[in-house]
Design a protein around this ligand. Structure first.
Ligand code: 13P
Length: 339
């Protein structure tokens, strides 16, 4: 089992590569499609995800892709199963396994992620479709009083139980505690919450005997709330994020792959680059972006077959720039060049 887990970790954590999150749930992909005037039908979702996976040479910058359950059994225009197409590109297919968030009872403003019941059996089926790693996202709303202690503990427990079940099934867990960017809180408040959240997550992982060597962490960066008057430059985001990570994430964790969480594509790239310029670090620091990789490509696509090539070029560009950022070799001037 541990050889299988190690092989997957090695395939995911490769220098100069990161993970692409293409696992939007039904309501989320509908929201993304609505922004470009495309209806969320099964065929449109298949077309979009097929476009992503068939982007020429994507495997040069992307080591793994997180898929949504529906995608596992969809096929490309040429009739190839999409997880197989990923594998042929040298990209490890993974699967979002949580069942989304609901309000945490008796804790106004807090949320809890569900989906543990029957997870071992579901993982069995996902594995048969080619999935080798999984993702579970916990979210934390931030205010002066949120998240509550109860929310921090309940989400940590769920993340750890999920991770233990995955490892027992030979699937590498991506543990994703997302401190939300929404709100007008300060950078310092985000740092305080992120530190408390990560401490609790690693306590719970230890309690549940999760092998830190065989998991990846997918955290949010330490940034001010989206509507806070004073936004932070990459150097400050990098310094504060690293301070929190060093205090909370054991060196045994092989990789930390950030979510983009509502940052613009260029911000997410610049912030990752700034962190890697401060290396070396005990862990690989890379990306597992959804919007920051897909947004410009989706804008180019507009649901039109004629735009597929342009959309793939846009995706390639963000993948390439983030791959550069994952080794501290990104420069803002690369944004305007086509090479
Ligand atoms: P974003 O990068 O758009 O935040 O998506 C990453 C993700 O997988 C959220 O669960």
């Amino acid at each position: 089992m541990s050889t299988e887990l190690q092989a997957t970790v090695d395939a995911l954590v490769q220098k100069g590569k990161g993970i692409l999150a293409a696992d939007e749930s039904g309501p989320t992909i509908a929201k993304r499609f609505k922004a470009i005037g495309v209806e969320s039908t099964e065929e449109n979702r298949r077309a979009w995800r097929s476009l992503i996976l068939s982007a020429p040479g994507l495997g040069q910058f992307i080591s793994g892709i997180i898929l949504y359950e529906e995608t596992l059994s969809q096929r490309s225009g040429e009739g190839e199963a999409l997880p197989q197409l990923a594998a042929r590109q040298g990209i490890v297919p993974g699967i979002k396994v949580d069942a989304g968030k609901i309000p945490l009872a008796l804790a106004p403003g807090d949320e809890i992620t569900q989906g543990l019941d029957g997870l071992a059996q579901r993982l069995d089926g996902y594995k048969q479709h080619g999935a080798r790693f999984a993702k579970w996202r916990a979210v934390y709303n931030v205010s002066d009083v949120l998240p509550s202690r109860a929310a921090i503990e309940a989400n940590a427990e769920a993340l750890a139980r999920y991770a233990a079940i995955c490892q027992a099934q030979g699937v590498v867990p991506i543990v994703e505690p997302e401190v939300l960017i929404d709100g007008d809180h300060t950078l310092a408040r985000c740092a305080e919450v992120t530190q408390a959240v990560l401490h609790e997550v690693f306590h719970a992982l230890h309690r549940h005997r999760v092998a830190l060597e065989h998991m990846l962490l997918k955290p949010s960066m330490v940034v001010p709330g989206k509507t806070h008057a004073q936004q932070a430059a990459p150097a400050e985001v990098a310094a504060e994020t690293l301070r929190v990570l060093r205090r909370t994430v054991p060196a045994a964790v092989p990789g930390i792959n950030f979510l983009s969480g509502g940052q613009s594509p260029a911000e997410a790239t610049a912030n990752l680059d700034a962190m890697n310029r401060l290396g070396p670090h005990p862990w690989s620091l890379s990306f597992s972006y959804g919007r920051a990789l897909q947004d410009t490509a989706m804008q180019a696509w507009q649901g039109q077959l004629a735009n597929v090539r342009q959309a793939q070029d846009a995706l390639q560009k963000r993948a390439r720039l983030n791959a550069a950022a994952s080794i501290g070799k990104y420069d803002a001037s690369m944004e305007s060049s086509t090479e």
